[in-house]
Design a binder for this molecule. Structure first.
Ligand SMILES: [Zn+2]
Length: 192
């Protein structure tokens, strides 16, 4: 079976006997996050079906935004756009940036990555377009704890994000499931 066939087969089984609460007769779920929170976290496979239960987040509780290294790239990059919609359209009032230990993005090396891209036939011209950005981005996420603090700082400093929204920074252990606070979004900002 191809991947697509596996996915479609799983979907046929799912629709034929849905989990309780998902039957067509059940009330239509709201798309608004019940707990008015947004999570920005990593795309790591080990977090799937693991991070949410580990922090008590259930379906419809929160907006969950994922990318490699829970990154914020630029003042109007995809993560910020998602957060703007989450805040102004979906009623989010609090943001949690959840990085994790042992992050694959932290170990990625720009030179090795571009070499792999070249070896797979990606044109040198195309790589030239992203070279500087790639190095800057991966350079920032070499240390998951520092990356979380930096991403929190970027969200907090973004002029499009309302000042009163607390932004917390957390670090998750993808093995044991424990979490620790890197930035407490309720604490007053440090004196400048
Ligand atoms: Zn990661």
């Amino acid at each position: 079976m191809t991947v697509l066939e596996q996915i479609l087969e799983a979907n046929r089984r799912f629709v034929a006997s849905p989990p309780s609460g998902l039957s067509p007769a059940a009330p239509k779920p709201s798309k608004l996050p019940r707990r008015q929170i947004a999570l920005l976290t990593c795309m790591d496979t080990r977090l799937v079906d693991f991070l949410e239960p580990a922090v008590g987040i259930r379906r419809q509780d929160a907006v969950v935004i994922k990318n490699a290294g829970n990154s914020v790239t630029g003042p109007f990059g995809a993560s910020i756009r998602s957060l703007l919609l989450a805040i102004f359209e979906l009623g989010v009032r609090e943001i949690l940036v959840i990085g994790h230990e042992d992050c694959g993005a932290a170990g990625a090396d720009p030179a090795a990555l571009t070499a792999k891209m070249l070896a797979r036939g990606i044109s040198a011209d195309a790589i030239k377009m992203i070279e500087g950005q790639l190095a800057a981005w991966l350079g920032n996420i070499h240390h998951p704890e520092a990356n979380v603090a930096q991403v929190v700082g970027r969200i907090h400093a973004n002029p499009l994000i309302p000042r009163e929204i607390p932004v917390h920074g957390l670090l998750f252990d993808p093995h044991g499931g424990g979490i620790r606070v890197i930035v407490d979004g309720y604490a007053p900002p440090p004196e400048k």
